[in-house]
Design a protein around this ligand. Structure first.
Ligand SMILES: Cc1cc2nc3c(=O)[nH]c(=O)nc-3n(C[C@H](O)[C@H](O)[C@H](O)COP(=O)(O)O)c2cc1C
Length: 182
């Protein structure tokens, strides 16, 4: 199963979660992403994993995230992204991860989700990292992904400073996707 692990991260916590998920799925995180596993045949885990960093065309600083990003997150603003969105053929299952900004998912992830191909029932895991107050950001992200036609298996909500929680969320994701491979 081809799994796309997409994330946006300003300060690195969501990136850590994304990379922990790639490892839990049996992939490698070095070399900047790309299909992971045994290039000569099927990877032993049964997953081919691609790590996909969502990059806004105008990157945020901590300052602009605070003064502008939160307002955009709460208003549901779509921002321009660098690079191309994933193609329909590019993945069979989706993992999409965002920091919580103003109790919502971040504008880059909202924009990424809006540009996704129709899910057509494909399985997905959504997740947020937060600093103690997600206040349902994971549910709202799950709603956006479901609106695009994906079947959300898990909604992760991870306190960003808790490394054990990051590992547990990665294991939960791998178990949920493994159950889909029959
Ligand atoms: C602009 C901004 C807004 C934030 N809003 C919230 C929030 O509403 N609730 C919360 O628990 N954490 C909030 N945080 C903390 C981040 O969600 C948390 O530190 C997250 O793990 C950062 O992920 P990253 O390192 O991948 O960017 C906010 C952080 C920033 C920079």
């Amino acid at each position: 199963m081809k799994v796309l692990v997409a994330y946006y991260s300003l300060s690195g916590y969501t990136e850590s979660l994304a990379k922990a998920i790639v490892v839990a799925l049996g992939g490698a995180t070095s070399g900047g992403g790309g299909p992971a596993g045994d290039a000569a045949g099927s990877p032993p885990s049964g997953f081919r994993v691609e790590l996909f960093e969502v990059v806004p065309a105008k990157p945020y600083s901590y300052f602009s995230a605070g003064v502008k990003g939160v307002t955009q997150a709460m208003a549901g603003t779509i921002v321009e992204l660098a690079g191309e969105p994933p193609t329909d053929e590019g993945f069979e299952a989706l993992v999409v991860l965002s920091p919580t900004w103003g109790w919502m998912s971040s504008p880059p992830i909202r924009s990424f989700v809006a540009a996704l191909p129709d899910g057509a029932g494909r399985p997905a895991v959504v997740g947020v990292t937060h600093a103690g107050g997600p206040i349902g950001s994971f549910d709202r992200l799950a709603g956006l992904v479901e609106e695009r036609g994906y079947r959300v298996l898990e909604r992760l909500s991870v306190f960003c400073y808790d490394r054990a929680a990051i590992r547990a969320a990665a294991e939960l994701t791998a178990a949920a996707l493994r159950a889909q491979t029959g």
